[in-house]
Ligand binder design. Structure first.
Ligand SMILES: C[S@@+](CC[C@H](N)C(=O)[O-])C[C@H]1O[C@@H](n2cnc3c(N)ncnc32)[C@H](O)[C@@H]1O
Length: 380
């Protein structure tokens, strides 16, 4: 059987052309935009609500690294309005880059992805849609070993972000009407705090819990209640070892300060050290400011966990995609709607006013880095 690197080498470029010919991103982008529009317009109905969106906007633009930002009323709405479709498109671009560099992981049983700091889910939705497109291409072309649907696992601390992502997934399901894509419901759930993420401990605890499980039965031979273990050590080990095994790890605008990398260092080490060979880490983030230091730190952590850097400092932007105008137009329509409900002329938001009413500024660029664990399993 061909390895996934060989499959990507052989079919990767053809798949990307196929997505262009079939306008895959446009179709998926339009449906997602419809779901986003439905939600935004449902959630904001009064001048007070529009004012609350305006009030949260400065924090969304400049204090995304502070958790208090997401607890502001209507902050997730402002986030979804300003970032969601743009980040969906740029994650799609990043996944295309992974295909071009033969670095997008595939898996016989479906790629299991962990998206850390998912927020409302721009990257998670993109990963979901991208792998579904890839599976369809593989099916059409008889490459049947990699056609299982993806599995997505979100880690998101903010209850309101989880709430809105849940709503969006339901709306996407409603507007697409594709019963087969029930994997979209993966996005309604989340593990909450990455700080309490300790895969090694969880596997050990699961192993012990399974080993302790007993079946009780009445024995006619001894005329007593007896018990037997349900799982052999081997079975318990197999089950416990499959916990927290991911093929793709995404950190999208999550490691935004050196302090946050330090804060999560132990969790990152635990997660990545015993990740299996063939797994890939995708880091999406900014440039300038603290970022060079953040990336140096992340490079070192990933290297010591056995990951080799495959993509370094490449940039992507929604402006390189075929849904660039859609992204802008959707956001502009909601801007007009907010203005019609509660006119805002705040000078601190001048860049927003200018962007949507006078001169469109170019979409932000995102830095892409990817790391792959090659060869034999890394040992600590
Ligand atoms: C800047 S947003 C990024 C959201 C999304 N990944 C994106 O690219 O747009 C960072 C997200 O990380 C979440 N977050 C912060 N600390 C977290 C933690 N300890 N566990 C899980 N999520 C966390 C925040 O609530 C926020 O939604």
């Amino acid at each position: 059987m061909a390895s996934w690197t060989q499959v990507l080498r052989q079919y990767g470029d053809e798949f990307l052309s196929w997505t262009q010919q079939h306008s895959v991103l446009e179709t998926k982008g339009k449906l997602l935009a419809e779901a986003v529009r439905l939600m935004l317009f449902q959630e904001v109905n009064t001048p007070e609500e529009a004012r609350a969106v305006w009030a949260a906007t400065p924090a969304i633009l400049s204090r995304c690294n502070e958790q208090s930002t997401y607890e502001l009323p209507f902050a997730p709405i402002a986030y979804i309005w300003l970032h969601f479709l743009d980040r969906y498109a740029r994650t799609w671009r990043a996944l295309e880059v992974l295909v071009q560099q033969q670095c997008l992981p595939l898996a016989k049983y479906g790629v299991r992805t962990l998206d850390v700091g998912t927020g409302p889910g721009p990257s998670a939705f993109a990963v979901h849609d991208f792998y579904h497109a890839l599976n369809r291409y593989f099916e059409e072309n008889g490459i049947l070993e990699f056609t299982k649907p993806p599995e997505l696992y979100c880690v998101e601390y903010s209850n309101s972000m989880n709430h809105y992502r849940h709503n969006l997934a339901e709306l996407v399901f409603k507007v697409t009407g594709q019963a087969s894509q029930t994997t979209i419901f993966d996005l309604t759930r989340a593990m909450r705090d990455f700080k309490s993420f300790h895969p090694t401990q969880e596997r050990a605890a699961r192993f012990q819990a399974l080993r302790n499980q007993e079946d009780h039965y009445y024995s006619e031979t001894t005329d007593m209640m007896e018990s037997e273990l349900i799982y052999t050590a081997n079975e318990a080990h197999q089950i416990a070892q499959s916990l927290h095994r991911y093929r793709l790890f995404i950190f999208s605008n999550f490691l935004t300060t050196v302090g946050s990398v330090k804060e999560f260092e132990e969790n990152l080490k635990d997660l990545l050290n015993d990740a299996n060979a063939g797994s890939v880490i995708l880091v999406l983030g900014g440039a300038g400011g603290e970022y060079p230091e953040i990336y140096d730190y992340v490079d070192k952590l990933n290297k010591s966990a056995g990951f080799n850097k495959r993509i370094d400092n490449q940039t992507v932007s929604s402006s390189e995609t075929t849904i660039s105008n859609l992204v802008y137009e959707e956001a502009r329509q909601f801007y007009e709607y907010l203005q019609s409900l509660a006119l805002n002329k705040d000078q601190h938001l001048d860049m927003i006013h200018k962007h949507f009413s006078r001169k469109r500024t170019s979409a932000p660029k995102t830095n892409v880095r990817a790391y792959r664990k090659d060869g034999r399993k890394h040992r600590r």
